[in-house]
Design a protein around this ligand. Structure first.
Ligand SMILES: Cc1ncc(COP(=O)(O)O)c(C=O)c1O
Length: 400
């Protein structure tokens, strides 16, 4: 019998070598207590959270928490059913209404996660004779949505408008085409040139889907994302998003103005063949989304945090993923995995949690320490964070 697990041997070996060097497992951290969106207790010590995607700090918002508790009392702990059977409660309708209001769009469909939203929408709308043209740095859930469907997949170089245009022009004019882009690319924290890319896509007769997982709530005047900030929201056919970042809970969604959108509720398998979100989750999401509509001050403070951290890290001598801060994600580029893991651990010992990211999740084989800022990080906390980066960076030898 051949062992089906032998394909994992290189990864097992890499992991064992890393752990033998004495570093804490960076992918097995336990939060012992969470005190706020920016502070938790890890390994018995106070730790500033800088790797949670909790951009707008909604997880402890008193109105959000109260809505969840109320729904738990009134509707119980779960729906035990699909949205198309017994799993649609008033709360599911209410959160879809909140999304329609938030984006000023006609339709909203809520999934159990953002991952499932991409799986479902992409695999359902692009069929056998259609083409999907996507940025090569797309999130795993976008690739998995492509793998679940039958369309032909055509990747293009990251953020390269000309490469997208060339691919589109090579396709049969009558073929169905779906261009998939992200507002913010979460590994380096860079944004897409959506204005140009949407124009090129529309000129070629393609539909456009934009995943705004890392921009909803923060980027754009109303927090609708990069498509809003670049003035192309009306030209985007489908926006995908998640509740697991700015909204502060779990769940995913697609919003659209397509007149036939509602048929997806009957044909989209990752929507139909899974249980719907618990009532407490949709209640917290709806409350959070409505509060995010009115959060211009928090958005402004988050931009300040992002600029302050980016400038401070650069001044310390760290190599960063973008020249200028483009989002609430700031990626610090490490020389290799060993140094990255050592730096991650040194930061944790200082009292700071960031995300360690390595290939295949990262582009160009990079090891990254990804920092995601929160609107509730204070100016003092950003100062503390920079002090910790300075100490850890010097101890590990990443900066001089
Ligand atoms: C771009 C992008 N899309 C989708 C998702 C999936 O979101 P969820 O956590 O809701 O499954 C993520 C999560 O990291 C993401 O970064």
């Amino acid at each position: 019998m051949s062992d089906l697990f032998s394909k994992f041997d290189p990864l097992i070996e890499l992991r064992e070598t890393l752990l033998k060097s004495g570093v804490t497992d960076p992918f097995n951290l336990v939060m012992e207590r969470v005190e706020s969106p920016t502070v938790a207790i890890c390994n018995g010590r106070r730790t500033i959270l800088l790797g949670t995607y909790n951009y707008m700090g909604m997880t402890f918002d008193p109105d959000v928490v109260a809505a969840g508790k109320k729904a738990l009392d009134e509707f119980g702990s779960g729906t035990t059913g699909s949205r198309v059977l017994n799993g649609t409660y008033v709360g599911h309708k209410a959160v879809e209404e909140a999304l329609k209001d938030f984006y000023a769009m006609d339709h909203a469909m809520v999934f159990s996660t953002g991952y499932q939203a991409n799986l479902g929408i992409i695999s359902t709308i692009a069929g056998k004779d259609d083409y999907i043209i996507l940025d090569i740095d797309s999130h795993a859930s976008i690739y998995d949505g492509c793998a679940l469907g039958n369309a032909q997949i055509v990747p293009f170089r990251h953020n390269d408008i000309e490469a997208l245009d060339k691919r589109l022009k090579r396709m049969p004019p009558e073929a169905g085409k779906l261009v998939i882009l992200e507002g913010v690319y979460s590994m380096l924290g860079d944004i897409a040139p959506l204005k140009e890319m949407v124009a090129v896509s529309k000129a070629a007769g393609a539909m456009v889907l934009v995943d705004e997982a890392h921009s909803m709530g923060f980027i754009g005047e109303h927090g609708r994302g990069v498509a809003e900030a670049q003035g192309v929201l009306d030209d985007v056919d489908f926006i995908i998003g998640t509740f697991s970042k700015s909204v502060g809970t779990v769940g995913g969604f697609c919003v659209s103005n397509h007149p036939k959108f509602e048929i997806l509720r009957l044909v989209c398998r990752p929507y139909v063949f899974t249980a719907s979100l618990p009532p407490s989750v949709v209640a917290t999401a709806a409350t959070s989304i409505r509060k995010l509509m009115d959060s211009a001050d928090k958005r402004a403070h988050l931009w300040e945090n992002s600029k302050r951290l980016h400038a401070g890290l650069r001044q310390l001598g760290f190599k960063l993923g973008t020249e200028e801060p483009q989002s609430a994600i700031i990626a610090v580029i490490m020389p290799d995995l060993e140094k990255g893991a050592a730096m991650w651990e040194a930061l944790l010992n200082e009292g700071l949690y960031v995300n360690l990211a390595r290939p295949p999740a990262t582009p160009a084989g990079m090891t990254l320490l990804r920092c995601s800022l929160c609107a509730l990080h204070s100016e003092e906390q950003v100062g503390e964070i920079l002090g910790m980066f300075a100490a850890a960076g010097r101890a590990v030898g990443v900066i001089g």
